[in-house]
Design a protein around this ligand. Structure first.
Ligand SMILES: *Cc1c(COP(=O)(O)O)cnc(C)c1O
Length: 393
């Protein structure tokens, strides 16, 4: 079999199957091998002294890492990609790459909780001031820009609450002030949101979620355009943050089936979200692909799909009734992370956390992740959950 020439001719689904591997140099095996290693031997003293070798030390990556990095660069259009042992480490590496003491950082108020904690602790400790902004302010972010604003950190849709940000409008303002635009694109993945085409400089993906796809992996990918790639590379090297080869391999394996898994998760989640919209217990479904979502027009303009993660706000109920609903689920597991084959649910309340865009839901909120179980089985599990909610009211 010949290696397909000019992969860029093909759509994402086909490219994902072929990117970053070449059976001809893998002794015919379909998948690239897992290289483990610290020491890499040099041919000569001269080579060693001049760092003249394709690989120099395990911390800087192995051919297994290169396979995933190459695939990701080609998929996203990045100038370069680095791998980290978690999504959070990919985020913190990106922030440390662009910020220094005395800088001002703008972060969406709907950001992933641990990102916020890093800004409020470590970055603060090193003299970076973080200011949170309303995820829906778009180009109005201009009023928050200061001469020392070095970066704007976006996450669209926002964690838990699913506000869509006007990434191109924000990027335009940020670039006019010479600030970098960072995006946590974990929800959409490059399949549903093209970060670089919308003005992003540094793009982050928690590989832990959809890329791994099986809840057995922690991994982060952080990539940049040519302007920010040297800074990112330098920070990553200095931090000594390396992903393990076996984890990198698992991520590569997940990449092959990403498109059909994501499409299926999208389809199932949309059906369930529409069904939940009609339930009397539900006040609001926070899913940007639903027509009633306040940012639906923006989502339509910028995204090419939606993933299987969304939230609902319920009418007020007692804590005991909510516990009866959640504790009794047979299929919806309760736990963090998402993107695997199994459906999940968590209760959440961001009211004590947000500072720029207060959360004022009338009742409790639930975040659902819709996995690959049969739709009928999932809906029955939910229906029984609502029945328990009513029984223990
Ligand atoms: C899970 C998640 C992360 C962090 O990934 P980890 O690998 O768990 O550190 C970052 N951003 C978003 C949006 C996430 O959902």
């Amino acid at each position: 079999m010949r290696k397909p020439a000019h992969l860029e001719r093909f759509g994402q689904r086909t490219r994902l199957v072929h990117l970053g591997r070449d059976p001809a140099v893998q002794h015919g095996f379909v998948n690239p091998p897992i290289y483990r290693g610290s020491t890499v031997l040099f041919e000569s003293m001269d080579d060693l002294l001049h760092d003249r070798a394709e690989y120099t030390y395990g911390l800087q990556g192995t051919p297994t890492h290169t396979a995933l990095q190459t695939a990701w660069n080609q998929l996203t259009g990045a100038a370069g990609t680095l791998l980290a042992p978690s999504g959070l480490m990919a985020i913190t590496t990106a922030l440390l790459a662009v910020l220094q003491n005395g800088d001002h950082l703008l972060v969406t108020d709907s950001v992933y909780g641990p990102t916020r904690r890093f800004c409020d602790t470590v970055l603060k400790q090193f003299g970076v001031e973080t200011e949170y902004f309303d995820p829906r302010m778009g180009a109005k972010i201009k009023v928050l820009m200061r001469p020392n604003t070095r970066a704007v950190f976006l996450e669209s849709p926002g964690s838990l609450t699913f506000e869509i940000q006007d990434v191109p409008a924000i990027a335009q303002v940020a670039h006019a002030h010479a600030a970098a635009v960072l995006l946590d694109n974990t929800w959409a993945t490059p399949l549903f949101f093209d970060a670089y085409a919308h003005g992003v400089d540094i793009n982050i993906e928690a590989g832990t979620k959809y890329l791994g796809g099986s809840s057995d992996l922690l991994l982060g990918l952080v990539s940049a355009n040519s302007r920010y790639w040297p800074l990112l590379h330098a920070a990553h090297t200095s931090l000594g943050s390396a992903a393990g080869s076996e984890d990198v391999y698992l991520c590569l394996r997940g990449l092959r089936t990403l498109e059909p898994r994501l499409r299926e998760s999208e389809r199932q989640a949309l059906t369930i979200a529409r069904w939940l919209e009609k339930r009397p217990e539900v006040v609001n479904v926070l899913h940007p692909a639903l027509e009633q979502h306040p940012d639906h027009a923006l989502w339509r303009r910028d995204f090419t799909g939606s993933s299987g993660l969304f939230s609902v706000v319920l009418n007020p109920v007692s804590r005991a009734a909510l516990a009866a609903m959640l504790d009794g689920f047979e299929l919806f597991g309760m736990g963090y992370s998402w993107g695997g084959f199994e459906s999940l649910v968590i209760p959440f309340d961001p009211s004590g956390i947000r500072t720029a865009a207060p959360w004022d839901a009338p009742g409790p909120a639930l975040r659902f992740y819709i996995g690959l179980e049969a739709l009928d089985d999932l809906m029955l599990d939910l229906e029984k959950g609502f029945a328990r909610l009513h029984r223990s009211k």
